[in-house]
Design a protein around this ligand. Structure first.
Ligand code: GSH
Length: 308
């Protein structure tokens, strides 16, 4: 039997417990989720950002109960039951866009300008195909390099390099956004804030925040850490006065804002509970779909909207 069948903790704790409790009464819009799941956290963040009335239903996706499979044949969370519609929605990026468009009364999390919106989708794709798979590869890398996801030199060095590259490209893009956005789209967002679009929090930030919030788990479990050069250290990737230093400062600015964002904090359980959940990833023994795909060198299950 899969070791994932028994989750160390069956329900949310800490702030996420409060949130789940506050949304436990029946509502036509239902989010089927799991407290530990970063894909669920994306959808959960959007519900909180937009204050959308909903019911939160905690399930164990590894059980694949027939009622759950009837809602989502892929058997993955998040799964969203939509009022008045017979088929549920799934795939976190699809669910997030639906919630943003379907509930326009809350703050909009995508730009009004079609070009800017398309560009946001490109960067959501970057997160989904470059950063998230690399996060799992680093987490599952083993000292002897047995993971089999790219033939790297063992210990996760290759994987770490990919994660750092993905994050650095993201940070560079934010700097472009800060400085020179098109004359035409200037009204859409303004620079001067920590977010991908400057002052405007968007689905690009949502797409990455759950893994950003889990970066410390890589430091916790992996002796080589994330590979992201730390401020004030003597890291060659971040000499003071270098261009790299400016890029990493921009990343730090985003990361600090993301992990403290109210919607991110309110959808987060107690830190130590995640240590328990990710132990099996760190040891590369979990049988989740994501983990198996990572082990097979495929990165992630290929259901990503905007995926490669
Ligand atoms: N591509 C999906 C999305 O973006 O929503 C991935 C969702 C996903 O993998 N969710 C995990 C799950 O349901 C929990 S974090 N796993 C069940 C399984 O692996 O069998």
């Amino acid at each position: 039997a899969s070791p994932d069948l028994s989750l160390s903790h069956p329900s949310p704790s800490g702030a996420a417990f409060e949130l789940a409790q506050a949304h436990s009464s029946p509502e036509p819009l239902k989010l089927y989720g799991g407290w530990f799941c970063p894909f669920v956290q994306r959808a959960w963040i959007v519900l909180v950002e937009k204050e959308i009335p909903h019911q939160y239903i905690e399930i164990n996706p590894y059980h694949k109960a027939p009622e759950f499979l009837a809602l989502n044949p892929r058997g993955l969370i998040p799964t969203l039951a939509v009022p008045g519609r017979s088929g549920a929605l799934y795939e976190s990026t699809v669910v997030c866009e639906f919630l943003d468009e379907g509930y326009p009364q809350g703050p909009r999390l995508m730009p009004e300008d079609a070009y800017e919106r398309a560009r946001c989708r490109l960067w959501i794709n970057h997160v989904a195909t470059r950063i998230v798979p690399a996060w799992y590869r680093v987490m599952q890398a083993q000292p002897d390099g047995e993971q089999g996801s790219g033939g790297g030199g063992g210990g996760g060095e290759e994987e770490r390099k990919k994660l750092v590259e993905g994050i650095k490209a993201f940070a560079r893009e934010m700097m472009n956004n800060d400085g020179g956005c098109d004359e035409k789209s200037k009204g859409d967002h303004s620079s001067g804030g920590p977010w991908f679009l400057g002052s405007k929090f968007s689905l690009v930030d949502v797409s990455l925040a759950p893994w950003a919030k889990r970066l410390w788990l890589i430091d916790y479990y992996k002796p080589g850490g994330t590979g992201i050069p730390k401020k004030g250290g003597n890291d060659p990737g971040r000499e003071s006065g270098s261009e790299d230093e400016i890029v990493w400062d921009r990343w730090d600015q985003w990361l600090e804002a993301a992990v403290k964002r109210d919607s991110v904090v309110r959808t987060w359980s107690e830190d130590e509970k995640y240590i328990g959940v990710y132990k099996r990833y760190a040891e590369n023994t979990t049988e989740s779909e994501v983990a198996r795909a990572t082990r097979a060198g495929k990165g992630l299950p290929s259901h990503h909207y905007y995926g490669a």
